[in-house]
Design a protein around this ligand. Structure first.
Ligand SMILES: [Zn+2]
Length: 119
């Protein structure tokens, strides 16, 4: 088994200690630091994507308001359907929330976007 620190290729031998995952504290701490940097970057990217989707919904809402809109308008702007910041119920229907906006896709390829901060 090799040291778990990504930049270390030292092989840990069984006779040294069966449960050891790192050469020493230095490798352990270096990996811990690298992992927290990874998490920070992942969180930043996630937040940037949420911002992008919210901006997209804002632009679409400014243009079409609360009325049903062709879903392809959002598809064309590379809408990301897998990110949301929550869910809410409006008039008995479930909507996905992204920041200040909630949206719901309907079967007939339309979408409804609501500014939930204005209600
Ligand atoms: Zn190491």
């Amino acid at each position: 088994m090799f040291c778990n620190y990504r930049n270390c290729s030292y092989e840990l031998h069984d006779y040294e200690n069966g449960n050891r995952h790192y050469c020493d504290d230095e490798c352990y701490n270096a990996e811990k630091l690298a992992r927290s940097k990874d998490n920070y970057i992942r969180k930043k990217k996630h937040l940037a994507e949420i911002d992008r989707i919210e901006a997209l919904l804002r632009v679409c809402h400014n243009k079409y308001g609360d009325s049903l809109t062709d879903i392809n308008v959002l598809r064309a702007e590379k809408m990301n359907w897998s990110f949301n910041t929550g869910q809410t119920t409006i008039d008995g229907l479930a909507f996905f929330v992204v920041g200040s906006y909630a949206y719901r896709a309907f079967d007939n390829s339309t979408i409804k976007i609501i500014n939930i901060k204005k209600q």
